[in-house]
Design a protein. Structure first.
Length: 260
């Protein structure tokens, strides 16, 4: 059989991960439920009184309104990235799950695609939970806010792909500390999450524009506030192209790791 062949059988991998997820849903349900409450209370009661209103486009918004969408974007990034790094590495190296999958008619491309699509799905689930909590505080405008869920899937594809790329490169699970420290943490802090990019030096702004979380934050913030500043479509195009580039790169790297 030609194991480079690709088909819709990747859904079987997605189903397998969903079944495992369903068995531990009570544990994974808690963080996206409680995390936004902690952040909103901390920033809403604490920093919001010090910072006051923020300028977004031509509109003044409260600091809580400014950071709430960023929490959703970070949640999308975390769920997809950590699913295809730590979790995928455990399935590959410790549980030998991939060995069993590769012994079936499934191709490597189908297995890895199922992993990335599942990571994106997990981002959507966590986003739906967190969005429900944030909506309870009246911080998301509807019907525009409904588009956040399909956007979460696109963001999940982007970060799931780059996460799987790192999984194909690292030699040990402890090595994930490097991409987390050098890639995830800087994005968490400097992608327009907690303060506008205009507050950064020009050189830092140029670097921030190259980061995928910057564009995801812009899109989620625009949809959450019902405001669409110029250039928002470029952020969507960036995420789409980022996914289109890193998706095959991730699969190619995993092929070299597992087959060649």
């Amino acid at each position: 059989m030609d194991h480079t062949r690709f088909s819709a059988r990747f859904i079987r991998i997605w189903q397998r991960n969903l079944i495992v997820y369903a068995k531990i849903w009570k544990v994974v349900f808690i963080p996206p439920l409680l995390e936004p409450i902690f952040y909103l209370v901390a920033f809403g009661v604490g920093l919001s009184t010090l910072v006051g209103n923020m300028r977004y486009g031509n509109t003044d918004v409260s600091y809580v309104q400014f950071i709430a969408p960023a929490l959703l974007a970070v949640n999308i990034m975390y769920n997809a990235f950590f699913e295809t790094t730590y979790n995928s590495f455990v399935r590959m190296y410790f549980q030998k799950t991939y060995d069993g999958m590769m012994a079936t008619p499934l191709s490597l491309e189908e297995v890895m695609t199922g992993e990335i699509v599942w990571a994106a799905t997990k981002s959507v689930i966590a986003t739906a939970i967190m969005q429900g909590v944030i909506s309870f505080f009246g911080l998301i405008q509807y019907p525009e806010g409904l588009l956040i869920l399909p956007l979460a899937f696109l963001g999940g594809l982007a970060f799931g792909s780059v996460g799987l790329l790192f999984t194909g490169m690292v030699k040990g699970i402890e090595m994930f500390n490097l991409p987390v420290f050098l890639f995830i943490t800087p994005m968490f802090l400097f992608s327009g999450t907690f303060f506008p990019l205009d507050n950064l030096p020009l050189w830092a702004q140029r670097i921030a524009v190259m980061l995928p979380l910057t564009h995801l934050v812009k899109l989620v913030r625009g949809l959450s506030l019902g405001l669409f500043p110029p250039g928002l479509w470029w952020s969507f195009l960036y995420l789409f192209l980022f996914s289109a580039v890193f998706f095959p790169l991730a699969i190619g790297t995993m092929r070299r790791r597992l087959v060649i």
